[in-house]
Design a protein around this ligand. Structure first.
Ligand code: UD1
Ligand code: CA
Length: 451
């Protein structure tokens, strides 16, 4: 592949009506990343020269996701859904610039690897004008069938157009195609819409290449890799495949999981060595867990950084911006959002820590709430190193608790507390001797009267 230029064209214009969703199909998520995000990650890894993404009308969110995943992707609009070949031609401006290899990838085929993209291109380097990805699905329903005659791929028949004999073919079109740049435009412009769906089928590129006496090639891969997502059931199937891969990779990297099948990872989850993840933990996108940390059962993490040796959960929720310093502890029913906990700090039970910076070796007592929202805006608070926040305290943000300060249990803190101060933010306890008896007598008398 060295020295060969490559244009990747990603088709993402389909509405995906079978998803029964208002969301564009390619924005559905797998392991915390959009289908399009997965495809573009493979494209980036394969290392092409340029990437074009074809989107549908009104799909600004798809364009934004493409730009997020691959900032220099060029966006093209397909105003009407008229088939995969029609969609590819929407990137004609990019095609006309001339490249060695053109690779067409469907935005709804998220499990594709960069290695497969390279294999397809290698077939072009070996002299094919059109190279197609083939696979043998357990259930071929809906896929185009590859027609091979005397060892040469001569055509692809869409299921809707296939004869019963052709439908019996087990080798199917994975959807990926590579075309030699010097023939690509010529081939694509010859494609017509004479078929059951009256669409311009990219798959016709194969028979046209044969008519032009050009070579074709098939690269066969496992079904997993080319699983196309047309329905929510297929989305769930792909999720299962991907989770299996992610768990395997985590185990190989030295993560301990007693029941990996119950742990859900995101495509970008980073787990260090000797991290333990107990059963039933869910990782959303953007989580990094450093070496030796333990994530106890039933915890949910998203956009969080968990330091070395930290203990999280059981039943903890880490939301975006949670940063837990080394050896800190976040226990059961504790929620942390947009907050930093210093080294060795403990928040062991029943707390909400939002929009805050907590210094090292502090103790956040059970039931402590950082009241960060006043109904209009969010406010930030700070708790100094070594401070002790007594149980069931409410810190009304913005407020600063100095280093080493001690907040008495049940306090409502509305003003800053200086370092090393002891603060009471609650009513003083009043004891009235024997008054319980009197109170009961009064209540009993009232009851009698009512009768
Ligand atoms: C396609 C192939 C089929 C293959 C299967 C593999 C064609 C004609 N058929 O069928 O041989 O087995 O994929 O998954 O290529 N798209 C556009 N604009 C359009 C039409 C489609 O951008 O006008 C995009 C869709 O967003 C989708 C991709 O192209 O990402 C494939 O379209 P889809 O309708 O899903 O094709 P299949 O029927 O699955
Ligand atoms: Ca499809």
């Amino acid at each position: 592949m060295q020295g060969r230029t490559c244009l990747s064209i990603v088709l993402a214009a389909g509405e995906g009506t079978r998803m029964q969703s208002t969301r564009p199909k390619v924005l559905h998520a797998l392991a915390g990343r959009s289908l399009l995000g997965h495809v573009l990650a493979a494209v980036r890894e394969a290392g092409g020269t340029a990437t074009s993404v074809v989107i549908g009308p009104g799909h600004e969110a798809v364009a934004a996701e493409a730009k997020r995943a691959l900032p220099d992707a060029e966006i093209h609009l397909q105003n009407e859904r008229r088939g995969t070949a029609h969609a590819v031609l929407m990137a004609k401006a990019a095609l006309a610039r001339g490249v060695d290899d053109v690779v067409v990838i469907f935005g709804d085929t998220p499990l594709l690897s960069s290695q497969t993209l390279r294999r397809l291109r290698a077939a072009l380097a070996d002299g094919a004008a059109v190279a197609v990805l083939g696979f043998r699905p357990a259930d071929p329903t809906g896929y185009g069938r590859l027609i091979v005659e005397q060892g040469q791929l001569t055509g692809i028949r869409e299921e809707k157009d296939a004869t019963p004999d052709e439908r019996a073919i087990t080798l199917c079109n994975g959807g990926l195609m590579a075309l030699a740049g010097k023939h690509a435009l010529d081939i694509l412009e010859r494609i017509g819409d004479d078929n059951a769906k009256r669409e311009f089928y990219l798959t016709d590129a194969v028979s046209i290449a044969r008519e032009l006496a050009l070579n074709t090639a098939t690269i066969e891969v496992e079904e997993d890799e080319v699983l196309g997502i047309n329905t929510k059931a297929q989305l769930a199937e792909a999720e299962a495949v991907l989770q299996k891969r992610l768990r395997q990779a985590a185990l190989e990297a030295g993560v301990t999981m007693q029941a990996p099948e119950t742990v859900f990872l995101a495509a970008d989850t980073k787990l260090g060595r000797d991290v333990t993840v107990e059963p039933y933990v869910v990782f959303g996108p953007g989580v990094v867990v450093e070496d030796g940390a333990v994530i106890h059962s039933f915890s949910h993490l998203e956009g969080a950084h968990v330091g070395t040796g930290v203990s999280v959960g059981p039943f903890a929720r880490l939301r975006p911006g949670a940063e837990l310093g080394a050896n800190s502890r976040v226990g059961n029913f504790v929620e942390v959002k947009e907050a930093k906990l210093g080294e060795g700090t403990k928040a062991n039970h029943l707390s909400y820590i939002g929009d805050a910076i907590v210094g090292a070796e502090a103790n956040i007592g059970a039931g402590t709430i950082f009241c960060n929202y006043d109904g209009e805006a969010k406010h930030r608070s700070e708790v100094g190193k070594g401070a002790f926040i007594g149980s069931n305290s409410a810190l009304v943000s913005p407020v600063k608790i100095g280093e080493g300060a001690y907040v008495a249990t049940g306090s409502v803190i509305t003003d800053d507390v200086p370092a090393d101060a002891l603060v009471f933010g609650r009513a003083r306890q009043v004891v009235k001797e024997n008054r319980a008896k009197a109170l009961r007598a009064k209540a009993a008398a009232g009851k009698k009267k009512a009768k």
